[in-house]
Design a binder for this molecule. Sequence first.
Ligand SMILES: [Ca+2]
Ligand SMILES: [Ca+2]
Ligand SMILES: [Ca+2]
Ligand SMILES: [Ca+2]
Length: 301
Amino acid sequence: MKPYALALSVIVAGGAVGGGCAKAGGAVGGDANQPADGPARIDGPPGGDAPPDRDAAVHDAPGPTPAHVLLSEVMLGPSAGEFIEIVNPTSAAVDLSTYFLADRNDYWKLPGGALAAQQADFIVKFPAGATIAARGVVTVAVGSASGFNATTAIMPTYSITDGTMAKASAISLIGSQPSLTDAGEIIVLFEWDGTGPLVKDVDLFVAGAPSAVNGPASKSQMAQGAGTYLVDVNTLPTQTAPAPGTSTKRLALEPTGSEHQNGNGNGITGDDETSENTALSWDGSGYTGPTPGGVPAALTP
Ligand SMILES: [Ca+2]
Ligand SMILES: [Ca+2]
Ligand SMILES: [Ca+2]
Ligand SMILES: [Ca+2]
């Protein structure tokens, strides 16, 4: 129990997660001096508030274009504090009821209907009616909401253990002991309409330095039902694993040029989400305490 108690004290001492003071879409942590509204928008005309221009991403926009929901934070331990955070950098709310989260590399087989639960892993679906507001943030705790709150002083939006995330298929694909392995995990946010033969990647991230079984696996050009996945380059880098009580955080939108965004990928906007150089967009070292529900202003332009 002692390492766990130490991890808790680190979180509290970090002061990054004061009870109830984290503000969705607002500045947190090292961005405390930034205005809550963030910098001027970069993807619209002056005075305009047009929805993100997906074509801009396809046609090599001059800067990052926030075209889809992104993974924004992962804490691999302690167990009660494990969570995945997502952010909507766009100017429109997104319906999450066809979105899924997984920590297993065969998620793309979900439409085939042959997956079985794995003890320590999960594929879960956001519940019917779930949405993420424009420039909003949603947190999904792996453990119970009460345990997560006791660890971080913040309530998660959803809890896998509590069952507030929905089943991914007719059978549950939540293992008997779902957890994020401290050494590292592939984290996948994906979309599936429930009928087509293929899923669409929304964002992929390798947290820490996972073992092969916990890391990425290629779906490149794999046939499934009436569909075949497009080419994945599978170049997501690994990181130094964050110590329990600290989290890894996205600091920037997908940098132009660091992710293949030519419309020929398996992503929801045609990007190849297996190609983002997350060493440029995530922290990767100097990890700090968790900020569930809050993101750097750069993620909500
Ligand atoms: Ca863990
Ligand atoms: Ca992308
Ligand atoms: Ca990405
Ligand atoms: Ca956060």
